[in-house]
Design a protein around this ligand. Sequence first.
Ligand SMILES: [Zn+2]
Length: 260
Amino acid sequence: MSYQALYRKYRPGTFADVKGQEAIVTTLKNQLMSGRVGHAYLFCGTRGTGKTTVAKILAKALNCENLTDDGPCCECDRCRSIEDGSSMNVVEIDGASNNGVADVRQIVEEVSYAPIDGGKKVYIIDEVHMLTDSAFNALLKTLEEPPEYMTFILATTDPQKVLPTIQSRCQRYDFKRISVDTIVERLRDLLEREGVSAEDRALNYIARVADGSLRDALSLLEECISYYFKQELTFEKVLDVVGSVDQGIYHSLTIAVVEG
Ligand SMILES: [Zn+2]
């Protein structure tokens, strides 16, 4: 099997696996169960807090053939095709590199065709604040009167840059920074599955440096366990790897953690 980054390998596939965003997950599950899912969402929050992960789970839930109280089954054909990126119903777009009017017009054109398999279309536009004003305006009408099979999920790290007229047409969800305890718990869980042992202090330090971003924590963890392959991960080893990334940024934090 080809190598997969930890962050991808253990990306949550179900709502139950999403850590640190309980209020959002509960609300979305309730909407799914009551059939009241919206046509436009705005997911806001700092990087690595689960915005696109939750967006993809919601997309699966909207298409799943065996939806349960806990969300998508992840086993039916539709769930699988969304998971492996082959589904025609679910499209992920990077707003940073598709930010012009022509890009948005193409999206608007595409969403006018109903899904052939009777499922729901979900367009996830990441970094949506990168869209130009004219691109936002081209999207407005579709957001205002979307086809009934359509759900837009707009994700951004910088909601202030999203036009107010766009914001007012979306249900807004603010993703919290993930707590140190929750990150440590997740790291511990993944390391067990990878068969690597680690000191609590080592994981605690990684979680603090990651500053609320689970994705950053997983990247740091990955650097550490790749460097010290098959060895126990100690605090000193983490300092050695993380410290070497950028002494300046981590210096004060190191002191705080050591003294704390
Ligand atoms: Zn399914």
